[in-house]
Design a protein around this ligand. Structure first.
Ligand SMILES: [Zn+2]
Length: 127
């Protein structure tokens, strides 16, 4: 992963394909990308959610298969761990999560959408 202040256009996410379970590198600048192993098409937001589930699984020692879009952060990790996770995501994606927005980040889908919105804004601004 590139450093936070690096242009997002060059950042790739190491993600696990939800279809075949293999890992591949998703270029964050791409709106959609095809898994090189099984040719399953993925959108950027799906890639972000996949990355997030892997990060949560690692941070909270939680079975990745049990983490879904509707999974609430406070059911999977404690509040300290959640703050740590969000800080890590800020670095990984080169974004800043506004303190006032943390309350709305209650489940995996909400966090994925939030990151996607921030990343899209940043990509647009870079053009
Ligand atoms: Zn695949």
């Amino acid at each position: 992963m590139n450093h936070a202040n690096h242009s997002l256009g060059d950042v790739s996410l190491n993600i696990q394909c939800d279809h075949c379970g293999k890992n591949f590198s998703y270029p964050l600048a791409a709106e959609t990308f095809v898994c090189p192993h099984c040719a399953q098409s993925m959108t950027r937001i799906q890639a972000i959610e996949s990355f997030l589930r892997t990060a949560m699984s690692a941070t909270f020692s939680y079975d990745r298969k049990l983490i879904r879009g509707s999974s609430r952060l406070n059911e999977i990790g404690d509040s300290m761990g959640t703050i740590e996770l969000l800080m890590r995501l800020e670095t990984d994606f080169g974004i800043s999560i506004d303190h006032d927005d943390i309350e709305e980040l209650e489940n995996v889908a909400a966090v994925s959408h939030y990151i996607h919105r921030k990343v899209s804004q940043k990509l647009k601004a870079a053009v």
